[in-house]
Design a protein around this ligand. Structure first.
Ligand SMILES: Nc1ncnc2c1ncn2[C@@H]1O[C@H](COP(=O)(O)OP(=O)(O)OP(=O)(O)O)[C@@H](O)[C@H]1O
Length: 361
């Protein structure tokens, strides 16, 4: 059976920094390289692109070895697309000119179908005759992504593609990026230090810390690990994948199916059966030992306590598992006082009261 993974093993030492990773990542979908500034995300991406090489490195992408002890395919021969923070378009060329310029480099290997598909995926058909300077930052970045995809890469690398954009431009481009994990057959490695972006776009997260991969796994799993800084942050939240089950137009509500259970949220402008990703902040979840009788809170979910972690003298973070098979992680941030008063313990069945659920877009 063919290998549908990315295997990447690199060790590198600079004067004040060392990178040491040995990763096996999915060969499809969006994998975020996530971490603080200086944790080594860009260095890792450059090693994967071959822009930086170390003699002991190993890289195999969906069964193709790009680097091992004897071979190191040079960057320009690696079938990859690279999107940088700033879209580096030629200002004197139109969007179309920029797309085709990239394709000329691959000569006979150029693939019109790939170009058409990239133009459609990024929604830039109506912008093709505009010069680069007549495009907004978000539109330029969409052209840059389409240009990378038009080369029919077998791996797409994106280094903080939204970092140079203001909030409005980010919102404009995010829906197009979201399509990447639904519609692209190739793997995408996406560098970001923004938890929101990662929660919304990525399937898998590699959490980088001081040159090492501190955690690797599905977004929902990594975001709910109490030993990682993500869960300890004020914005800590559980990420849940749901499917639209029904709408209640009378009360302006939508019911979602989530693994092993249901959630009710404000009316979503989404079709039935559509997949959605929601986040529930730890600060919006409280815990009751007994099933609350009359409550204004709509979502009261039976759950079990998986882990407790004291954040400071005042606060405790609680990891819960909800759903019939207890497969959906939830986080709750409560006072240490309440934790003691309720005698909360690992393994205990409780009720999670969810005050707010936010759609991830
Ligand atoms: N050519 C180099 N020589 C020496 N040190 C370097 C070199 N390139 C990067 N570094 C150092 O390696 C570390 C990791 O840098 P890197 O750019 O990979 O981090 P990052 O996680 O991508 O950060 P950011 O989010 O700020 O881009 C930093 O401390 C940086 O100063």
């Amino acid at each position: 059976m063919s290998d549908t993974h990315i295997h990447a093993r690199f060790q590198l030492t600079y004067a004040d920094f060392a990178l040491n990773v040995d990763l096996t990542l999915p060969g499809r979908g969006v994998t975020a390289l996530f971490g603080h500034s200086g944790s080594g995300k860009t260095t890792l991406l450059r090693l994967i692109a071959g822009l930086k090489t170390v003699p002991t490195g190993y890289l195999c992408v969906n069964g193709e070895v790009w680097q091992d002890g004897t071979t190191c395919v040079p960057t320009h021969k690696r079938p990859l697309g690279y999107v940088f923070q700033e879209a580096s378009l030629f200002p004197h060329l139109s969007a179309r000119g920029n797309l085709e310029y990239g394709m000329k480099r691959v000569g006979s290997a150029m693939d019109r179908a790939a170009l058409e598909q990239a133009v459609t995926l990024l929604g830039i058909g109506h912008l093709l005759e505009r010069r680069a300077h007549q495009l907004s930052g978000g539109e330029r970045q969409r052209v840059a992504i389409a240009r990378a995809l038009a080369l029919h890469p077998r791996l797409l690398l994106m280094d903080e593609p939204l970092a140079a954009l203001d909030l409005a431009r980010k919102q404009e481009i995010l829906p197009y990026l979201e399509r990447l994990h639904d519609e692209l057959e190739i793997p995408v490695l996406y560098v970001s230090h923004a938890p929101d972006e990662v929660a919304r776009l990525a399937d898998t997260v590699v959490m980088m810390e001081q040159g090492e991969a501190r955690a690797v796994g599905p977004v929902a799993e990594v975001f709910s690990r109490l030993d990682l800084t993500l869960a300890q942050d004020q914005e800590a939240s559980a990420i849940i994948e749901g499917v639209v089950l029904s709408h209640d137009d009378d009360y302006a509500l939508t019911r979602l199916t989530i693994p092993g259970g249901r959630l009710t949220v404000s009316r979503l402008a989404r079709a039935l059966d559509e997949r959605v990703r929601v986040r529930i902040h730890a600060r919006d979840v409280s815990i009751a030992r007994d099933e609350p009788g009359t409550s204004s809170i709509v979502n009261i979910l039976p759950a079990r306590i998986v882990e407790l972690r004291e954040l400071d003298p005042a606060q405790v973070l609680v990891k819960l598992a909800t759903g019939s098979g207890e497969q959906t992680p939830l986080l709750a941030r409560i006072t240490r006082y309440s934790c003691d008063r309720l005698h909360l313990q690992v393994g205990q069945p409780v009720f999670a009261q969810v005050k707010a659920v936010a759609l991830m877009d």
